[in-house]
Design a protein around this ligand. Structure first.
Ligand code: ADP
Ligand code: MG
Length: 666
């Protein structure tokens, strides 16, 4: 037999066979199991436009040969030249391209994708060829109409008879042109009449110039072909035709011309977006068909996302509540007191002049000096040890501490060192048990009678182990002169106007005092700092809650992986069909990744909705809830990422399947 050598001149092109097999061998097994040689040196040449039948008994190696011819499988040894090009040199993407551009497969078992309609099954090869959706649909519709299935476009395979399914499969084989139709026992599963119809179709296609390779064990079926090749035990034993170039019909461009488009076709990257939409649509259908299983899987993700949202909302809500409560108790206050290292007055280094200077610092709204100490207070014959606080008239306002009855003293009282007192709630009870109205009565402090003009409302708080309601409040100057004999304050409260600037203001006060005193004989603190500590505790709680929620998201991800692995197992056959119709590994990878991502997107959306619902329900029960958009977006993107990450392994497993192995899989 003469073989043209590729590329040795234009005249050589004429004699190049479409398909050329040289001493093809295929062995199975080896290693543990004994090796079986299924094809034992098959050499064969097929020209464009031939109608060839390969006949042989069951087990003679016909299907194996067809898989090799269709580039679904590689021979163990020997050469396969397609239009003069050695197929062994092609990478998986190029093989996928060749399968979808050159071949159309028709199988005994139809091999349609059960979840897709007739139209979608037919259109599938064009999806991988990158044809726009509208063109795909019109071409698939035309093909199905031509094959008498115009009324069955939207039927799924299980709604069609065997003959109809096989016609759908033939339409699919023609979708990308069907230059070479490889039909493996196409009538094997059909009744006589449907079988005859299918054979008539193949004959018609052959007369239109398609190259047909028909594989059958049935000699009468084989008679329809123009050339019959007999195969027995993996060897060709007879060949009626021999190479007989046929140039009738409307055979498209020559095989070589097809190969010229290969580099470009293989590299096709356009329309990724429409691929994804297509994959998402297919994924959605699969999810819908398995909706019970899918929703069980989704439970993990839904719970994860919902709990992240709710936990963080509770965390933020609680934090906000803490801040609000602290705000009521003076988050705008600075405290400054002396430290006993002054050479002048130990423990009383801050002077009244210092207070005035502090009042001038920007952002200081109030200066409230305090002289404090424990003293015995007498009412009638009742002696009570209590806490005396000499302070300014602004105290109820600054510390948001209203009176229960009577009035607070005024600035005038303070200036005039008036002997007036306001009793704390507990002090009033201790001093005057059984007396309804303490107002207008006198108490003795250091033998000075003080007129009671008011009673503070109950604070109900403790400072250390001292009850904050157990005190007697008097004007600052009165306390200094008439009780403690000491005009300098024990400590001073500074209220700032803008809480946001409180740290800067504290610094400014410290700088001022340092300048005035030359040494740091004072100490300042601010309530916002203790608030910040509280908030930090709350925040670490929130982080912990969020971590727990994240773990459930992780568990959800494992669920997704599990269901995807199952899906890949169940749909091995489908993966094989897709590969046979030209899907590249990356198309399969993308499809399964899209599927797992879609699963988790649906889970994420459901999780967000449920999280919000639970949150709003909790608000009704007065649980502090503050939804955070960041948390919602974060949880959602985590779930999507979960789908991508955990879907990757199953998707790669699917993409890595060998086409023949996948096709024969369950
Ligand atoms: P035919 O299609 O002519 O009935 P096949 O090509 O399907 O025959 O199979 C030919 C022989 O190869 C059979 O004996 C079969 O058992 C064997 N065979 C096919 N596929 C495999 C495989 N994957 N591993 C081992 N043996 C195989
Ligand atoms: Mg077979």
């Amino acid at each position: 037999m003469q073989h043209a050598i590729p590329g040795d001149g234009p005249s050589a092109a004429l004699s190049i066979a479409l398909i050329e097999l040289r001493d093809i061998r295929k062995r199975y097994g080896g290693g543990d199991s004994p090796a079986v040689e299924v094809l034992r040196g098959v050499s064969l040449s097929i020209q464009e436009g031939e109608f060839v039948a390969i006949v042989g008994a069951s087990g003679s190696g016909k299907s194996t040969l067809m898989h090799i011819l269709g580039c679904l499988d590689r021979p163990s040894s020997g050469e396969y030249l397609y239009a003069g090009r050695d197929v062994a040199e092609l990478d998986p993407d190029a093989l996928a391209w060749l399968r979808r551009e050159a071949f159309g497969f028709v199988f005994q078992g139809y091999h349609l994708i059960p979840t897709e309609s007739a139209l979608e099954n037919v259109a599938m090869p064009a999806v991988y060829a990158g044809l726009p959706a509208a063109q795909r649909e019109s071409r698939a519709t035309r093909l199905l109409t031509r094959l008498g299935l115009a009324q069955r476009l939207d039927h799924r395979p299980n709604q069609l008879s065997g003959g109809q399914q096989q016609r759908v499969a033939i339409a699919r084989a023609l979708m990308n042109g069907g230059r070479i139709i490889l039909a493996d026992e196409p009538t094997g599963a059909l009744d006589t009449r449907s079988g005859a119809e299918v054979m008539a179709l193949l004959e018609e296609l052959a007369s239109q110039g398609h190259t047909i390779i028909l594989i059958t064990h049935d000699r009468t079926v084989a008679q329809k072909a123009r050339r019959i090749i007999d195969i027995r035990d993996g060897q060709i034993v007879a060949d009626t035709g021999g190479p007989q170039p046929i140039s009738c019909g409307n055979a498209t461009d020559s095989p070589r011309l097809l190969l010229e488009g290969m580099a470009q076709g293989v590299a096709r990257t356009a329309s990724v977006w429409s691929d994804i939409i297509q994959a998402a649509r297919a994924a959605w259908r699969v999810m819908w068909i398995n909706r019970f299983r899918t929703s069980l899987t989704l439970l993990g993700i839904i719970i994860g996302v919902a709990s992240v949202i709710v936990m963080l909302a509770i965390g933020h809500g609680t934090r906000e509540r803490v801040v609000a409560q602290m705000g009521a108790f003076g988050s705008n206050l600075l405290y400054i007191s002396s430290v006993g290292i002054s050479s002048r007055v130990p423990g009383r280094s801050i002077t009244l002049a210092d207070l005035e200077a502090m009042g001038e610092v920007p952002n200081i709204a109030f200066v409230l000096p305090n002289s404090t100490g424990n003293k015995v207070v007498r009412f009638g014959s009742n002696d009570v040890q209590t806490y005396i606080r000499g302070t300014g008239a602004a105290l109820p306002h600054i510390q948001t501490w209203p009176l229960a009855r009577g009035t607070f003293f005024s600035e005038a009282d303070d200036r005039q060192m008036a002997a007036v007192a306001v009793l704390g709630h507990v002090a009033a009870q201790k001093l005057m048990p059984g007396i309804d109205d303490p107002l207008g009565r006198y108490v003795l402090i250091e033998n000075v009678p003080f007129l009671v003009i008011g009673v503070m409302s109950e604070k109900g708080a403790l400072t250390g182990d001292r009850d904050e309601d157990d005190l007697v409040i008097v004007p600052f100057s009165t306390a200094g002169v008439r009780i403690f004999g000491q005009r300098e304050p024990t400590y001073t409260v500074l209220a700032v106007a803008d809480v946001g600037q409180i740290d800067a203001t504290q610094q400014a006060v410290e700088d001022l005092m340092l300048k005035r005193h030359g040494i740091k004989d004072f100490r300042s603190s601010n309530a916002a700092a203790s608030l910040a500590a509280q908030v930090r505790t709350q925040d670490s709680m929130t982080v912990m809650l969020a971590m727990i929620a994240t773990i459930s998201l992780l568990v959800g991800g494992i669920g997704v992986m599990n269901v995807m692995l199952m899906t890949v197992k169940e749909r091995t056959r489908e993966i094989g069909i897709r590969m046979a119709t030209g899907a590249r590994q990356r198309d399969i990878l993308r499809q399964f990744l899209t599927e797992s991502t879609l699963v988790s997107v649906v889970g994420g959306v459901a999780g967000v909705v449920i999280g919000l619902l639970v949150g709003f329900t909790l608000i009704v029960w007065d649980v502090p809830i503050l939804f955070s958009l960041t948390a919602i977006a974060g949880a959602f993107s985590c779930s999507v990422a979960t789908g991508l990450v955990f879907g990757f392994m199953p998707a790669r497993q699917a993409a890595g399947l060998d086409p023949v192995v996948a096709l024969s899989g369950e």
